[in-house]
Design a protein around this ligand. Structure first.
Ligand code: PLZ
Length: 438
């Protein structure tokens, strides 16, 4: 269904029908699961979510950077409908099908790196990270994995160890797997000391605390997502990649959140010409269906013994059909270019707001992956309180904003890349109003 592309409120949020289902939700669903927007969705397309009471919300989060091509993108729907009527599952390890092969061909071609690549498909971002680490350890015959402060890589046991933030991801869920070492992140807004030394400090720490010869892989998000859209300074990523190479370790880019046109390029690593040994992808890969991948140097991907990797559902045919539809859409709609345009609208509006509202400490990001870090005026003290109020206010006006950040004070903007200029501007004006009123 094509939902009209405009913001519209017909009830208070949540409306009466949403309230009923949310009540059932609290009876039936574990209290452990969060709920950012108290509205029950029945349809969505382009940049709009429609709830059961008839309210239309501007979607500024894409279901956490997933529906980059928009909800129910026509090419995704068409391919999924065809696939679901043909066959739904064989298990790729039992009997192969073309869709899986074609997704791998596309990934090998689209990811950075002018060398022969191969891919393997999985179900979730966390599973892709788990497998990338398995591959790196097997290939290098070493164990130490370096990750970064503010990093996020998932909620499984290994990826919890790799994720930096305790609450809510790790609290009480230990013990965590060993041989995961966290290094300081180059975080321009908050870096203590000279950020130009950040790379050298990390390298020094790895050498002193782990030993380069014990290092299996460095795993990093080129722009940290859940951590608060932290963009490291130029040189940091290439420097880490070089250090990994010089020490016989792998450089793994976690592009789960940054991938598939989000930053205005297919992958965020391209910005500095970094060619990772392995790249993990998920989210934006399949327009909302669960799919993830590890793509990397053929000699690394092929070093694992036959049947060493796999899983029942990884690369499910319907998810693969969706991925081919999503990739087709990114190409045909030129969504890399569109991400840059949308980003400019957001950055212009946000920098104008920053002049009026001293709670906006920084505007940052790349392409259509933009955030503002909220502070106590005149300082860098995190201001999570204002963020909560602004998000609530925006919801009551029909706009969905997502949050992030180690200190719970980053408002992030990741709209679907098919959203209209008008909707982005409308969302920004609601944000302006939210700051004015809170
Ligand atoms: N790597 C860079 O952003 C998922 C987490 C939502 P999964 N980020 C959203 C939540 O609170 O659970 C993510 C990511 C990066 C890995 C992952 C993990 O991807 O598909 O959620 O497992």
């Amino acid at each position: 269904m094509n939902v009209p592309q405009q913001r519209k409120l017909v009830t208070e949020i949540p409306g009466p029908k949403s309230q009923e289902i949310i009540k059932r939700r609290s009876e039936a669903v574990s209290a452990s699961l969060g709920m950012a927007l108290p509205a029950v969705i029945t349809h969505a397309s382009g940049g709009i979510l429609l709830d059961i009471d008839g309210n239309q919300f501007i979607d500024m989060g894409s279901g956490i950077a997933v529906v980059n091509v928009g909800n129910s993108a026509p090419a995704v729907v068409e391919r999924v409908q065809k696939q679901v009527s043909e066959f739904t599952h064989t298990c790729f390890m039992i009997a192969p099908y073309e869709g899986y092969v074609e997704v791998c061909e596309q990934l090998n071609e689209l990811t950075p790196g002018k060398f022969k690549k191969k891919s393997a498909l999985f179900n979730s971002g966390a599973e892709a990270l788990e497998n990338a680490v398995k591959i790196a350890r097997h290939y290098t015959k070493r164990q130490a994995i370096v990750v970064f402060e503010h990093g996020y890589h998932g909620r499984t046991n290994l990826t919890m160890a790799m994720t930096a933030k305790n609450m809510p991801y790790k609290e009480g869920f230990g013990p965590f797997t060993p041989e995961v070492y966290r290094m300081p992140m180059a975080y321009p807004f908050r870096h203590e000391g000279n950020i130009d030394h950040a790379l050298d400090e990390v390298i020094h720490k790895i050498e002193k605390e782990i030993g380069g010869k014990n290092l299996a892989a460095i795993v990093i998000e080129p722009i940290q997502g859940e951590g608060g859209f932290i963009v490291p300074p130029k040189g940091f990523l290439p420097g880490l990649a070089k250090f990994a190479k010089d020490n016989g370790a792998l450089f793994i880019a976690d592009e789960v959140q940054t991938g598939f046109a989000r930053t205005g390029q297919w992958f965020a690593c391209e910005d500095e010409g970094v060619e990772p040994d392995l790249i993990t992808t998920a989210k934006g890969i399949a327009g909302g269906l669960p799919l993830a991948a590890v793509t990397g140097r053929a000699e690394v991907m092929d070093e694992i013994h036959p049947s060493g990797l796999g899983g029942t559902y990884g690369g499910n045919p319907i998810a693969c059909a969706a991925a081919l539809g999503a990739i087709e859409t990114i190409k045909s709609e030129n969504l890399n270019q569109r991400a840059k345009e949308i980003g400019k609208i957001m950055v212009d509006a946000l920098t104008a707001m920053q002049k009026k509202y001293p709670v906006i400490g920084e505007v940052r990001g790349r392409g259509a992956m933009i955030a503002i870090e909220l502070v106590q005026p005149g300082s860098k003290e995190p201001n999570g309180e204002i963020m909560g109020k602004v998000v609530k206010y925006a919801q009551s006006k029909g706009v969905v904003f997502l949050t992030a950040g180690t200190y719970g004070n980053v408002l992030r903007f990741l709209p679907p890349l098919v959203i209209s200029d008008e909707l982005v501007k409308d969302a920004m004006s609601v944000l302006d109003e939210a700051f004015a009123n809170n």
